[in-house]
Design a protein around this ligand. Sequence first.
Ligand code: NAP
Length: 291
Amino acid sequence: MNLLGLLGASLKHSFSPVMMNRLARQGDLPFAYFPFEIPAEKLPHFVEAVRLLPISGFNVTIPHKVAILSFLDELTPEVQAVGAVNTVLNRDGKLIGYNTDTAGFLGSVNRLFGKENPPRAALILGSGGAARAVLYTLLKSGTKTVFLSNRREERARKLAEDFGRLFPEKEIVPGPLKAAFLKQALARATLIVQTTSVGMWPHEEEELPFPFEALHPGHKVIDLIYNPEETRFLRDVRKRGAEALNGLPMLIGQAAKSLEIWGFPGLEANLLKIAGDLREKTTPQTLEEKC
Ligand code: NAP
């Protein structure tokens, strides 16, 4: 039996243990998945315990995604670029940090554009942790130009600088979250990725200052939020005829990739089905925590 789990600080409403354990039961898979509620100051003790106990791996969520880096023995190139870990593999006491948000997001891009035709230019709304994973994935998978639009413009500039050093051949254009800059970006970008927390439960009515009139049916949109299923932003872009996905496929994609790293490949479709069943039976609050 493999012991797996989710490392976080407050996991009472987390959806992952329920989903992962149901997956194991239904597929007769040899793992159990525990919530590991660990406050920030106890993180070093938790890592020591993992090295001693037969824990095969764990997911990482708020507030440990960045802090855990310094306790690990090996980091993938994705982690080094994105600066956050959401999956750890314990290989005979050696702890390896991965970021599977990148694979999860790539799955959504491929659904919209096909594997062979990545968008040439994209617009990212937001410049927080999720935007870093999105930017890395786009630049790695063939997008040539990315516009970064953020409320605090200096964060977009900093992100552009960081990734400009890693990808000197690409064009990264930072700017404010304002209509004039967004219109300029929309004239070139075919993919728009909404990575801010605006519109997320319980603040569904919050609005972005987005020039919806500049959209056309050729634009494709991914909103990383999955709770609610359709944000106000998604509803408005769909009204303009843009094809759009919410954050659920990415969430499921990153969970499936974590399972693959732990030795359980090919479970994405099963996870999607279980997530669908659980959504029907849960309140918005129980879906609030990220898997
Ligand atoms: P974060 O690091 O805290 O970044 C939040 C971003 O939202 C920042 O760019 C921030 O702008 C912006 N923002 C917040 N309030 C705003 C407002 N009122 N107006 C304009 N911009 C605002 O958070 P994160 O980790 O990147 O997560 C962002 C979202 O992505 C969350 O909804 C999260 O659930 C979702 N997510 C989904 C997945 C998935 O698998 N689907 C994975 C990761 C994250 P400033 O810099 O100006 O503050």
